[in-house]
Design a binder for this molecule. Structure first.
Ligand code: RTP
Ligand code: MG
Length: 139
């Protein structure tokens, strides 16, 4: 069966509130295999580099502050149709618009503190995975 990979981070709000275990359980029960995982802290500068695509957006400075406000848990995940299926599992950016049963519906606090990230393309999944994990850590 052909599989591909996506990249995710459990964001500072969800880590701080002790929701990491519950979120990882949902991810594994949805059929994703964890390829790489760790707990780490972004500096504001590295958060800015990760979200550079949003540099011109009004929420960029707040986003960099929020994403460096506490530990995160980055992961590389593998599954058939991983990128699209994972975006469906996490739900809409704004939790008030996220579907029932999605991770953001259950755990997000706001549009910004929305519990989890999911890559939006195969290409970005690979770039984002290598932002956090060396090739020898991806197995
Ligand atoms: P992500 O990249 O984190 O998976 O989220 P996404 O694709 O659903 O949303 P995106 O448009 O890429 O935005 C990245 C993150 O920036 C924060 N955000 N804040 N205050 C605001 O209006 C606003 N809009 C976006 C969120 O943390 C969002 O996930
Ligand atoms: Mg995005």
């Amino acid at each position: 069966m052909a599989t591909n990979r996506t990249f995710t981070m459990i964001k500072p709000d969800a880590v701080a509130e002790g929701n990491s275990g519950a979120i990882i359980k949902i991810i594994e029960e949805a059929g994703f295999r964890i390829v790489a995982i760790k707990k780490t802290l972004l500096t504001p500068e590295r958060a800015g580099e990760f979200y550079a695509v949003h540099a011109e957006r009004p929420f960029y400075a707040d986003l960099c502050g929020y994403m460096s406000s506490g530990p995160i848990i980055p992961m590389i995940l593998e599954k058939e149709n991983a990128v699209a299926d994972f975006r469906a599992l996490i739900g809409a950016t704004d939790p008030s618009k996220a579907a029932e049963g999605t991770i953001r519906k259950q755990f997000a606090k706001s549009v910004q503190a929305n519990a989890i990230h999911g890559s939006d393309s195969d290409e970005n999944a690979a770039i984002e995975g290598f932002f956090f994990f060396a090739g020898v850590e991806q197995f």
